[in-house]
Design a protein around this ligand. Structure first.
Ligand code: CUA
Length: 315
């Protein structure tokens, strides 16, 4: 299922690979050429064969040669780089749009019909424009198989990348801008499907609703937490990560700092709700301020109830 053959997976592969090969080729020729000349000079001009050094003063011809040749080579590299990069800035008008939200430390993909996923599902042979939104710090979306990579800067609008997936399969997508302790957790998959299969998946909101109904509350809670990246910072086994562990959390007594003073509170429903919507309001002793952004707007009150149901089971 996992696709390791990554050539021509998107419309940009050819342009990027050509630029890469041209630069690599030129570098390789120089590596060989310079090494050969160097070895020859060592042989030809060592003290035994060439005991008296000669001073050369100025050569216009040489100056011109070693200015013009590198200039031409650099312009060749520039041309291929430019030709491969230029079309990346011009998404077609009919491109399907997906919003990519990056935060410490996960990506969420939001579709025009409101669907949110942690795997990027895409139809084959259809132009896709990813609108990139960073909520906290600089992240960067990288899909090596598609040869696309773009930084996302918080507060900067209209950041996007576009491409046409041209091969069915599963590809890697990850953050390629070091964004803190769990940077490496920002790793997701892109799943490219035939357009028919994609359309079925895309419009199939009934199946999601139906499966949510038979899904238990605790399973739903866990799924929500997984999709928004909770476990990147909160362990389930009692170990201390960026945030406190979830193990034994529900119903326990916690020492928190609230409004500058310390107090002991019980981790009940209201405590959990507040911890998700106002993470810094009641800060658990021993953990840093400002590390978690509020999930207000991203989680509904119903989601919170499901999360609480799940947390009750983590003992
Ligand atoms: Cu986000 Cu690294």
């Amino acid at each position: 299922m996992y696709n390791t053959e990554i050539t021509q997976a998107s419309n940009f592969v050819k342009g990027v690979d050509t630029a890469f090969l041209v630069i690599m080729g030129i570098s390789f020729v120089f590596l060989l050429g310079l090494t050969a000349v160097m070895l020859y000079f060592i042989y030809r001009y060592n003290r035994k064969r060439h005991p008296k050094p000669i001073q050369i003063e100025g050569s216009t011809r040489l100056e011109i040669v070693w200015t013009v040749i590198p200039l031409v080579l650099v312009m060749v590299m520039f041309y291929y780089g430019w030709a491969g990069w230029k079309p990346m800035g011009k998404p077609p008008k009919d491109a399907m749009e997906v919003t990519v939200i990056g935060r410490m430390w996960n990506f969420i993909f939001e579709y025009e019909n409101g669907r949110k996923t942690d795997t990027l599902y895409l139809p084959k042979d259809q132009a896709v424009k990813l609108n990139l939104v960073a909520l906290d710090v600089i992240h960067s979306v990288y899909i090596p198989a598609f040869r696309v990579k773009q930084d996302m800067v918080p507060g900067k609008d209209n950041t996007f990348m576009w491409f046409i997936p041209q091969r069915e399969g599963t590809f890697e997508l990850y953050c390629t801008e070091y964004c803190g302790l769990n940077h490496s957790y920002m790793f997701n998959y892109v799943k490219v499907m035939e357009s028919e299969a994609f359309n079925t998946w895309y419009s199939d909101t009934t199946a999601v609703a139906a499966s949510a109904e038979i899904e238990s509350a605790t399973a739903a809670g866990r799924r929500i937490m997984q999709s928004i990246g909770c476990f990147a910072c909160h362990s389930l086994d009692g170990s201390k990560l960026v945030g406190p562990t979830f193990k034994g959390l529900y119903g326990s007594e916690r020492t928190v700092t609230s409004g500058g003073s310390k107090k002991v509170v019980t981790a009940d429903d209201e405590y959990i709700r507040k911890a998700i919507f106002e993470p810094d309001a009641e800060l658990v002793e021993g953990f840093g301020r400002g590390l978690m952004l509020s999930y207000r707007g991203q989680l509904s009150e119903d989601d919170i109830l499901l999360i609480i149901e799940y947390l009750k089971t983590v003992q």
